[in-house]
Design a protein around this ligand. Structure first.
Ligand SMILES: [Zn+2]
Length: 423
């Protein structure tokens, strides 16, 4: 029988030392719902892979140009461009180097494993990793092998942490078609020389959707959802309607990058044409008034907030211009996410600290932001509920409020025993 524990002391963030505050943000039970595999490698791993002869030879055969200086110092500078980055397009450049070294099963498994281990080390209890399989497909590696390789890495991390982290996979389609995206896209162009880029974009996203569903059918149960990523301007969500219909028909959940590189129309299309349950970024949501924000709030469509990434891509000129404060005030589900741990040079703990510092979050608002992440997770209901209850108990233990309940305490006890994975 679980006894009622004494009431924890409520935290007073302003009265804490910077170290105590950092420890609190680190200890928060967190979710990261928007995290790109290829933007979140360890720089040491990219350096090691880029120096490997076999990896380099394959990358070159596939048309990637890897830098000749593969030192961590040099790669750290070019892969994490910092706030000097001028646009979304410039922000996306490091991905060409990183994708160049991620063309083997082993590299993909390692990248996924290390990402999940790094996330678990900062108390991310639930992580959804997203990537575009088509950027890793070539004559020696099929789409399903790419997905299985990532799945293997995530499974290994779940096992090694004793179930302290749960993971899911989101398959990305690219919203823009261009031969430079990779070998797969070049070969598609070769097969359809007279097709327009728009036609090929729709064709590739539908093929990505078919692959996602196929992986799920083949038993890769971590495949939970589908996303649209890449350059946003000139490539509206409606071009990809067929791909998303296929995913919805086959019970995959939907999130869409929107309102980052383009205005509210992109968000509107994501929810009305593609049935998005979550929006990635949504920074430009308020440009035409409050209507869209109200719509998202009322339907519990979550917005995955990536503060540092938004500053780097110049989606917002400063944090003052970010709608996060409005999201909090209007109770829009807006969990904090990293986007790209390496390219933005951040952890999720950093993002909580930044949000607290800039927006002056109260303990209640921190609690709410954390819980939004668990509520908006695509993991099946029983596990989602279990994680949510356990997170509530942990938040209460940390002094962030909430009422004691037996169900929460029992879920937290089970989580401590590593039972979340089997809930
Ligand atoms: Zn993203």
């Amino acid at each position: 029988m679980t006894a009622t524990p004494p009431e924890p002391r409520p935290v007073q963030l302003d009265a804490m030392s910077p170290r105590e505050r950092r420890e609190l943000f680190l200890a928060l039970p967190k979710t990261d719902l928007h995290c790109h595999l290829d933007g979140s490698l360890r720089v040491s791993t990219v350096a090691e892979l880029a120096a490997d002869r076999g990896v380099r030879a394959l990358a070159e055969r596939l048309g990637y140009r890897l830098p000749s200086d593969t030192s961590e110092e040099h790669l750290g500078k070019i892969l994490a461009p910092g706030l000097g980055c001028q646009s979304l397009e410039e922000y996306l450049l490091p991905f060409d180097i990183i994708c160049g070294v991620l063309q083997t099963r082993e590299a993909l498994t390692r990248a996924a494993y290390e990402l999940a281990m790094d996330a678990a080390a900062e108390n991310v209890w639930y992580l959804e990793v997203r990537f575009a399989p088509q950027r890793h497909i070539h004559p020696e590696l099929s789409g399903i092998e790419v997905i299985r390789a990532v799945d293997d890495g995530l499974r290994k991390a779940e096992e090694e942490t004793g179930g302290k982290i749960l993971t899911g996979i989101l398959i990305c389609a690219m919203r823009n078609y261009h031969e430079s995206i990779g070998d797969y896209h070049r070969r598609v162009r070769g097969m359809f020389p007279y097709a327009t880029s728009r036609e090929l974009g729709s064709l590739c996203s539908l093929a990505a959707a078919r692959l996602a569903v196929e992986a799920k059918r083949a038993g890769v149960s971590r495949v939970l959802g589908f996303d649209l990523a890449g350059a946003e301007a000139n490539f509206p969500p409606s071009h990809h309607r067929e791909a998303f219909s296929w995913c919805i028909d086959n019970f995959l959940d939907i999130t869409v990058h929107a309102g980052e590189g383009y205005g509210p129309a992109s968000i509107q299309e994501a929810v009305t044409h593609l049935n998005a349950q979550r929006i990635g970024h949504g920074t430009r949501i308020l440009e035409e008034g409050d209507g869209l924000l109200t719509y998202l709030r009322d339907r519990r469509v979550a917005v995955e907030v990536c503060l540092t990434s938004n500053l780097q891509t110049k989606a917002i000129p400063s944090l003052d211009a970010h709608p996060f404060r409005r999201f909090l005030a209007e109770e829009v589900r807006a969990p904090l996410c990293t986007d790209n741990r390496l390219v933005s040079n951040i952890t999720l703990t950093d993002e909580y600290e930044l949000a607290w510092r800039h927006f002056g979050l109260s303990p209640k608002e921190i609690r709410r932001t954390v819980l939004y992440g668990f509520k908006a997770a695509f993991v099946p209901y029983a596990r989602r509920r279990h994680l949510l209850l356990a997170a509530k108990a942990r938040l209460r233990e940390l002094g962030l409020g909430g009422q004691w309940t037996r169900a929460e305490e029992e879920a937290f006890d089970a989580w401590k025993r590593g039972a979340a994975a089997t809930a």
